[in-house]
Ligand binder design. Sequence first.
Ligand SMILES: [Zn+2]
Length: 242
Amino acid sequence: MNRAIGIFAHPDDEAIIIGGTLIQLAEMGWETHLICATKGEASTAYDRDYVKKEDLGPVREQELLRAAELMGVAKVHFLDYMDATLVDQDEIEAVEKLAAHLNALQPELIYTFEVNGISHHPDHKTVHRWMMKLLHEGKLNYAPQAVYLATVDNRAGRLKNGLLMGSPIEEITTIIDIERVADQKAKAILAHRTQMKMLINNGLIVDGALQRNHRHEYFIKLDGSGQPVQLKEKETQLPATR
Ligand SMILES: [Zn+2]
């Protein structure tokens, strides 16, 4: 089975970070899955005219399911942790939960956050740490073809707190052009309606379309055991199914 999986923290991470990759993998015949650690209950960036705080979890769950459908994702799995609590969770238990999902599905391609979680969000960084621990401690009952740490080119700009977002270009091994599916990615992002104001305010979506500077997705490729791989040139193609 040709399976690929994306492992992220909140509904919207998947569409914003690797939406174009997920869409294209599904087109190529990969059966794509997502694991989302939380249901985004703690979002402060939500649209208060549209949803009450106490309804955020179930509403964002539905938004993620809709976004997944728009990206051709076969199934979404939830770890059911509370948003903004991942650093406080039992790490061993979390790694076991993730390993159980991965060992049941045996995805050849695994996508997750780079070390700084792109935006330095503590939940993002925690998911990265769990995944690296899982890989380095040999918790998988199979050998994935590759692990991709999703990132952005850190020359793209700084966060409000002055931190750089993403990774230095030298560390990035893989750059995927998503121009052809940019409109489909924008629709998947916009399925996260509770987050609309944030998406527009940060310039990701302009007039319903993906902003022009967001037409590539960036990754750091690791081997199936989580060790860095050396590539002579940057990879620009998604892996073919076998
Ligand atoms: Zn997030």
